[in-house]
Design a protein around this ligand. Sequence first.
Ligand SMILES: Cc1cc2nc3c(=O)[nH]c(=O)nc-3n(C[C@H](O)[C@H](O)[C@H](O)COP(=O)(O)O)c2cc1C
Length: 165
Amino acid sequence: MSKRVLVGYATGTGSTTGVAEAIGSALGERGYGVDVRPLGQVDSPAGYNACVIGSAVNAGAWLPAATDWMRAHAKALRTVPVAVFCVHGMNGGPDAKQTRKRLAYLDPVRAVLTPTGEGYFLGTGPTRADTGPLARWMFRTFGGTADGDSRDWAAIHDWAAGVAL
Ligand SMILES: Cc1cc2nc3c(=O)[nH]c(=O)nc-3n(C[C@H](O)[C@H](O)[C@H](O)COP(=O)(O)O)c2cc1C
């Protein structure tokens, strides 16, 4: 029987949903039986052989819906392979400072479990169409790197195609 994998996610404004679906589709290509679900609709990880858990980043961390779910199910999650991902709009650059800040998004997750893999994907950032120049300047000044829809579908697919589960 094929391995059953949960791709559970939390989103604020929707961009993480597409990332989770893309991950689910790449895992399906690996032959797994995949359920892609908002974590609010997942009672428990029971019945899954592996999990991929991810969230949008707000204020430097996963959304509470994801962190709370992970903490509530920590015992069960420690018995299966769990890979995790972030969808973020800041600190997407390669330099040491941004890398350090990006990796820190998952500090609270690593305090609970040891992920088999970590994915960091740019989501959406403010655009000229939806945000004024001052707010866009502030976003860039505080490390904003996403510009509009910055989701890199090839990078998301590659990560999911290779992540250990
Ligand atoms: C209130 C708010 C706070 C945010 N804080 C951060 C942050 O601390 N770090 C970051 O990299 N991105 C931050 N972002 C950018 C989001 O992570 C990014 O827009 C992401 O694509 C949102 O995913 P979602 O559409 O699934 O909610 C923030 C966005 C909002 C609206």
